[in-house]
Design a protein. Structure first.
Ligand code: PAF
Length: 282
């Protein structure tokens, strides 16, 4: 397996591979890899001749310094997991210096309002940081296709918008969420939960599933009120937001429109660990 820490070395290698950029899949990650990430790699390998994965904990997308400090960093274990998918995968695991060249600041982006909803509202500057690093990684790797999990559906929509606005010749592919047997969406942050907390966290998906069935006959406001009540009765999980939104522009649903596709989005804290999840509603 080829591993590069410097973009210059990665680029030199890719240039030595005939037509590497003609069919190059890319899976950007922050490491602490789980089954969800491995499924993105498997999808990329199916559709592309070569696959690059990046592992980089991007400082500019963390609005909370404690979250950045505690974010799991497990490079050796990640490499072992990548090898279980294929030995041919190319890993780019840069330093902050290699990405930011001494200027660790985020560029400001206008994603036509997608950035102001939900995660954007509760994590100021988060999507400027994501936009900055994804743009930088795309410039370095120059992939044909890039793969993102649907767990951060808002990020997926924002990356599609970034590519559209910058007119980058990259196809963005969203892949389904992977879940633990109890329904908890797989996330690198789950590593910070105890077994009891992981069990408690099953309430997130359970609530989303019931919200989905309620939304068939009830208004978004009613479903919202019900979800708020569920979490009020479970003080060990604190609800940051629950929102039913239009999938295309992420605007909250006030009146149902049968022509639109809706999604429920949720963010909660369990003992200072922030978890997000989402389900499609129709
Ligand atoms: O989803 C993530 O892991 C990160 O936000 C990403 C896309 C790798 C950018 O740092």
């Amino acid at each position: 397996m080829k591993i590069f820490e410097k973009q210059a070395d990665l680029n030199a290698y890719l240039q030595s591979v005939p037509a590497a950029h003609a069919s190059l899949g890319f899976v950007p990650t922050m490491g602490a890899l789980h089954q969800g990430h491995l499924s993105l790699l498997a999808e990329s390998i199916k559709k592309n001749k070569h696959t690059v994965i990046s592992i980089f904990v991007n400082p500019t997308q963390f609005n909370n310094p404690e979250d950045l400090e505690k974010y799991p960093r497990t490079l050796e274990a990640d490499i072992a997991k990548i090898k279980t998918v294929s030995n041919e995968i190319i890993l780019y695991a840069p330093s902050v210096q290699d990405i930011y060249q001494g200027q660790t600041i985020a560029q400001h982006f206008d994603f036509d309002g997608l950035e102001n909803q939900m995660e954007g509202a509760f994590r100021p500057g988060h999507y400027d940081g994501v936009g900055t690093v994804v743009k930088r990684l795309f410039e370095i790797v120059k992939p044909t296709r890039a793969y993102f999990g649907e767990k951060d559906f808002q990020q997926l929509q924002i990356v599609k918008k970034l590519v559209q606005k910058l007119k980058l010749p990259i196809q963005i592919i969203g892949c389904p969420i992977f879940r633990e047997p109890n329904g908890l969406a797989m996330s690198s942050r789950n590593e910070r939960l105890t077994d009891t907390e992981k069990e408690r966290a099953s309430l997130i998906f359970k609530t989303l599933k019931t919200a989905k069935s309620k939304f068939k006959t009830q208004s978004a406001a009613k479903v919202n009120a019900w979800v708020t009540e569920v979490f009020q009765k479970s003080p060990e999980i604190s609800l940051e937001y629950f929102q039913i939104a239009d999938e295309a522009n992420l605007q909250p649903c006030h009146r149902k429109n049968n022509q639109k596709k809706y999604r429920a989005f949720i963010a909660v804290f369990i003992n200072n660990v922030r978890l997000i999840d989402t389900v499609s509603l129709n």
